[in-house]
Design a protein around this ligand. Structure first.
Ligand code: DQA
Length: 145
Protein backbone atom coordinates (compact mmCIF):
# COMPACT_ATOMS: atom_id res chain seq x y z
CA UNK A 1 0.00 0.00 0.00
CA UNK A 2 0.99 3.60 -0.55
CA UNK A 3 2.54 5.81 2.07
CA UNK A 4 0.62 8.86 1.06
CA UNK A 5 -2.20 10.23 3.17
CA UNK A 6 -4.69 12.87 2.10
CA UNK A 7 -6.01 14.85 5.06
CA UNK A 8 -9.21 16.43 3.81
CA UNK A 9 -11.12 19.09 5.70
CA UNK A 10 -14.57 20.34 4.86
CA UNK A 11 -16.53 23.55 5.27
CA UNK A 12 -15.78 26.15 7.91
CA UNK A 13 -12.71 24.34 9.19
CA UNK A 14 -10.62 27.16 7.70
CA UNK A 15 -12.05 29.25 10.56
CA UNK A 16 -10.62 27.06 13.32
CA UNK A 17 -9.03 29.10 16.07
CA UNK A 18 -11.80 31.69 16.08
CA UNK A 19 -14.82 29.49 15.25
CA UNK A 20 -16.69 28.50 18.44
CA UNK A 21 -13.43 27.82 20.33
CA UNK A 22 -15.36 26.36 23.28
CA UNK A 23 -16.40 23.53 20.91
CA UNK A 24 -13.53 23.28 18.42
CA UNK A 25 -10.56 24.54 20.44
CA UNK A 26 -8.11 27.35 19.82
CA UNK A 27 -5.74 25.68 17.37
CA UNK A 28 -5.86 26.89 13.79
CA UNK A 29 -6.13 24.37 10.96
CA UNK A 30 -2.63 25.41 9.94
CA UNK A 31 -1.35 24.43 13.42
CA UNK A 32 -2.89 20.98 12.99
CA UNK A 33 -1.33 20.68 9.52
CA UNK A 34 2.14 21.58 10.84
CA UNK A 35 1.92 19.05 13.68
CA UNK A 36 0.70 16.29 11.36
CA UNK A 37 3.45 16.96 8.85
CA UNK A 38 6.07 16.74 11.62
CA UNK A 39 4.74 13.36 12.75
CA UNK A 40 4.42 12.16 9.16
CA UNK A 41 8.01 13.13 8.42
CA UNK A 42 9.23 10.98 11.33
CA UNK A 43 7.13 8.09 10.02
CA UNK A 44 8.28 8.53 6.43
CA UNK A 45 4.78 9.27 5.19
CA UNK A 46 3.74 12.01 2.77
CA UNK A 47 0.80 14.04 4.05
CA UNK A 48 -1.25 16.16 1.69
CA UNK A 49 -3.32 18.50 3.89
CA UNK A 50 -6.25 20.34 2.29
CA UNK A 51 -9.42 22.24 3.14
CA UNK A 52 -12.40 23.21 1.03
CA UNK A 53 -15.79 24.78 1.63
CA UNK A 54 -17.10 23.11 -1.54
CA UNK A 55 -18.60 19.63 -1.64
CA UNK A 56 -17.61 18.94 -5.26
CA UNK A 57 -14.00 19.86 -4.60
CA UNK A 58 -13.89 17.39 -1.70
CA UNK A 59 -15.38 14.73 -4.01
CA UNK A 60 -12.68 15.49 -6.61
CA UNK A 61 -9.97 15.13 -3.95
CA UNK A 62 -11.35 11.75 -2.87
CA UNK A 63 -11.12 10.65 -6.52
CA UNK A 64 -7.55 11.96 -6.66
CA UNK A 65 -6.70 9.99 -3.51
CA UNK A 66 -8.12 6.93 -5.24
CA UNK A 67 -5.97 7.49 -8.33
CA UNK A 68 -2.87 7.93 -6.17
CA UNK A 69 -3.79 4.96 -3.98
CA UNK A 70 -3.52 7.20 -0.93
CA UNK A 71 -5.27 6.73 2.39
CA UNK A 72 -7.61 9.41 3.68
CA UNK A 73 -8.22 11.21 6.96
CA UNK A 74 -11.48 13.06 6.52
CA UNK A 75 -13.14 15.71 8.62
CA UNK A 76 -16.00 16.55 6.31
CA UNK A 77 -17.48 19.14 8.69
CA UNK A 78 -21.20 19.57 8.12
CA UNK A 79 -21.04 17.50 4.89
CA UNK A 80 -20.53 14.51 7.21
CA UNK A 81 -24.23 14.67 7.98
CA UNK A 82 -25.58 15.54 4.55
CA UNK A 83 -23.36 14.33 1.73
CA UNK A 84 -24.39 11.20 -0.12
CA UNK A 85 -22.01 12.38 -2.86
CA UNK A 86 -19.02 12.24 -0.53
CA UNK A 87 -20.06 8.82 0.77
CA UNK A 88 -20.44 7.53 -2.79
CA UNK A 89 -17.02 8.91 -3.72
CA UNK A 90 -15.42 7.15 -0.74
CA UNK A 91 -17.21 3.91 -1.67
CA UNK A 92 -16.02 4.24 -5.27
CA UNK A 93 -12.32 4.41 -4.45
CA UNK A 94 -10.17 1.78 -2.81
CA UNK A 95 -8.82 4.01 -0.07
CA UNK A 96 -8.67 3.37 3.64
CA UNK A 97 -10.49 6.26 5.27
CA UNK A 98 -10.62 7.36 8.90
CA UNK A 99 -13.28 9.88 9.83
CA UNK A 100 -12.23 12.55 12.31
CA UNK A 101 -14.18 15.18 14.23
CA UNK A 102 -12.76 17.65 16.70
CA UNK A 103 -15.94 17.64 18.74
CA UNK A 104 -17.86 14.61 19.99
CA UNK A 105 -20.68 14.63 17.45
CA UNK A 106 -22.68 12.14 19.56
CA UNK A 107 -22.85 14.58 22.48
CA UNK A 108 -24.25 17.32 20.29
CA UNK A 109 -27.48 18.01 18.36
CA UNK A 110 -29.36 14.97 17.02
CA UNK A 111 -28.71 15.93 13.39
CA UNK A 112 -24.97 15.46 14.01
CA UNK A 113 -25.40 11.88 15.22
CA UNK A 114 -25.73 10.51 11.71
CA UNK A 115 -22.69 10.33 9.44
CA UNK A 116 -22.69 9.34 5.78
CA UNK A 117 -18.89 9.34 5.93
CA UNK A 118 -18.91 6.58 8.59
CA UNK A 119 -20.53 4.20 6.13
CA UNK A 120 -17.39 4.36 4.02
CA UNK A 121 -14.76 4.59 6.77
CA UNK A 122 -12.69 2.08 8.70
CA UNK A 123 -13.39 3.96 11.89
CA UNK A 124 -14.19 7.26 13.49
CA UNK A 125 -12.39 9.45 16.05
CA UNK A 126 -14.66 12.07 17.52
CA UNK A 127 -14.25 14.42 20.45
CA UNK A 128 -10.49 14.30 20.98
CA UNK A 129 -9.78 17.65 19.33
CA UNK A 130 -6.70 17.98 17.16
CA UNK A 131 -5.27 14.83 18.75
CA UNK A 132 -7.81 12.88 16.70
CA UNK A 133 -5.95 13.72 13.49
CA UNK A 134 -2.68 12.48 15.00
CA UNK A 135 -4.25 9.24 16.18
CA UNK A 136 -5.79 8.69 12.76
CA UNK A 137 -2.38 9.18 11.16
CA UNK A 138 -0.81 6.62 13.50
CA UNK A 139 -3.61 4.15 12.84
CA UNK A 140 -3.27 4.49 9.06
CA UNK A 141 0.49 4.17 9.37
CA UNK A 142 0.00 0.85 11.16
CA UNK A 143 -2.27 -0.42 8.42
CA UNK A 144 -0.05 0.68 5.54
CA UNK A 145 3.43 -0.31 6.72
C1 DQA B 1 -17.09 18.75 12.98
C2 DQA B 1 -18.46 18.39 13.52
C3 DQA B 1 -19.54 18.73 12.50
O1 DQA B 1 -20.82 18.40 13.02
C4 DQA B 1 -19.52 20.21 12.20
O2 DQA B 1 -20.48 20.52 11.21
C5 DQA B 1 -18.17 20.70 11.81
C6 DQA B 1 -17.00 20.20 12.53
C7 DQA B 1 -15.97 18.53 14.04
O3 DQA B 1 -14.82 18.51 13.66
O4 DQA B 1 -16.28 18.42 15.23
O5 DQA B 1 -18.02 21.55 10.96
O6 DQA B 1 -16.79 17.91 11.88
Amino acid sequence: MSKQIFVLNGPNLNLLGTREPEIYGVLKLEDIAIRLKEIAKDLGIKVDFRQSNHEGELVDWVHEAGEKKASIILNAGAYTHTSVALMDALMAVECDCIEVHLSNIFKREDFRHHSYVSKASIGIISGLGAKGYELALLALNDSIT
